[in-house]
Design a protein around this ligand. Sequence first.
Ligand code: PLP
Length: 365
Amino acid sequence: MVVKPVIPQRILDLQPYKPGKPIEEVERELGLGDSIKLASNENALGPSAAVISALREAAEGVHRYPDGGAFELTSRLAARLSVDGRRIVFGNGSNELIELLVRMFAEEGSEVVMSEDAFLIYSLVSQAAGATPVRVKAREFRHDVAAMGDAVGEKTRLVFLANPNNPTGTIFERDAWEAFLARVPHDVVVVVDEAYCEYVEHPEYPDALDYIDRHPGLVVLRTFSKVYGLAGLRLGYGVGSVEIMEAMSRLRQPFNVNLLAQVAAIAALDDEDYLEAGRALAREGRRCFAEAFERLGLDYVPSQANFMLVEVGDGAAVTDALMRRGVIVRPMGAYGFPSMIRVTFGTPEENERFVDALSAVMGER
Ligand SMILES: *Cc1c(COP(=O)(O)O)cnc(C)c1O
């Protein structure tokens, strides 16, 4: 008999997260050049000039460990958000913070409440920790926040809400949020993932940061990966009570945020023009895609973020056909939307290329 380590069943059961395909991989596999990627909700503008110049300068110092406490970045961000710096913790992407929160609160046998159409990482990480993801039915591509409140029970340790949600691009509104927050027990941790908050233009959008003192377990997650254009450097942050944030700092690796990420984020925070240009690009993308989808007779989900879900019949086949035309999008089968694709807004040229490719592909079908 061969004796070997036993991999726990809950780990063997994990469905690996499938990220958007990197351009290089698609081009290698299909022998293409000149592909575009609209698959991971990145900022199509590329990094800001201020960030590039700060990174060049900082490159001289990468033989040193970074500041494990991210002192400078913390004080800049604290001032920007008007919160006590002890209430901020940084992560290697906000994905790391999702994982730390689950490790800290969701012990084996507990429940983690989320919407069934939410970002897949919440259920993946909960399952890996031995907790049970409770996936609450969504309504017309939106979190059913009231039903999520109903789903909170004795065993619930954490609730994840994404606002706007990925992959739907939808938000939940102030009324529903306030009613939810008023009834969630104070020993349950409520995580609001606001990865796309900078793009929202809806007047009824509740910024969870405004509620940070109303519930002791409220944690708001944000990221530099989207409108700030730093996905490749991996930097996100959480804001919550001093107690929870200090505990997360104890749990994290001492140098979880690298030196270049810290330097780039400081430069990015001050670059208002770049942020505004990113928002303008999303506004233009929304307009352009809505017009194209209507012209093609395709149903889509109106979005408050920098991407859109659209109904194409066979999402996997259309993704494949678009890829052969050098346009990388995301099929949505893993999210339970096999007839849809998710497309990130690109530059006007990229949007046009996508719309032309989609028109051709849908015409052939
Ligand atoms: C992109 C995204 C994030 C950010 O992830 P990072 O680890 O910060 O790159 C978090 N939540 C959602 C819903 C996202 O779509």
